[in-house]
Design a protein. Structure first.
Length: 175
């Protein structure tokens, strides 16, 4: 992967408002907000017995933070159904959790202003640790009802097969 931009004319960073989420091979409708992808590595400090004034640092365990997805409440049951695989209230002893398929891999796509795919990430072994089916309801409010899920994951990586596209130009402008 080159360390210099493929498109040297692009000076602006990509915006954060054009993206799509895919799981089970299908795009998920209406996702309006995706939390950040964040990982952190613990620091292991140690020192040598003959050098008491200095410590050395090395990497320890790496953790991947949970990711939240939000969308306006609709009749689409994607969030509800996935959350039900982790815990299905009233399902009966031995069938509360769907161990075979409660984890999913997710594909997150980011697009430029022209709608061209520019960056993508694979997020591995996700499962729903928190599900909000309904927000606070308020008869005096003027807002969209939002549902959200919090996804635990076991890592992510950038899809390096997605490269910077040639940006489109307008050939003529109507006056």
């Amino acid at each position: 992967m080159p360390s210099f931009p493929v498109n040297p004319k692009r000076l602006d960073p990509y915006k954060n408002f054009k993206f799509r989420v895919k799981w089970d091979g299908k795009y998920v409708a209406g996702v309006s907000k995706v939390g950040s992808l964040k990982r952190s590595t613990e620091v292991v400090e140690h020192r040598e017995g003959g050098d008491p004034s200095t410590s050395h640092k090395s990497p320890g365990r790496t953790k991947y933070e949970a990711i939240t997805f939000e969308r306006g409440l609709t009749q689409d049951l994607n969030f509800h159904d996935w959350a039900g695989l982790v815990w299905n209230y009233g399902a009966g002893l031995g069938s509360e959790v769907s161990l075979a398929n409660f984890r999913k891999d997710i594909y997150l796509e980011v697009y430029n202003e022209a709608g061209q795919l520019v960056i993508a990430y694979r997020i591995y072994r996700c499962w729903v640790s928190e599900y909000q089916a309904l927000p606070d309801l308020d008869a005096n409010a003027n807002a969209i009802a939002i549902e959200h899920i919090k996804l635990e994951n076991e890592g992510w990586e950038r899809d390096t097969s997605v490269t910077e596209p040639a940006e489109p130009t307008l050939t003529s402008v109507a006056t």
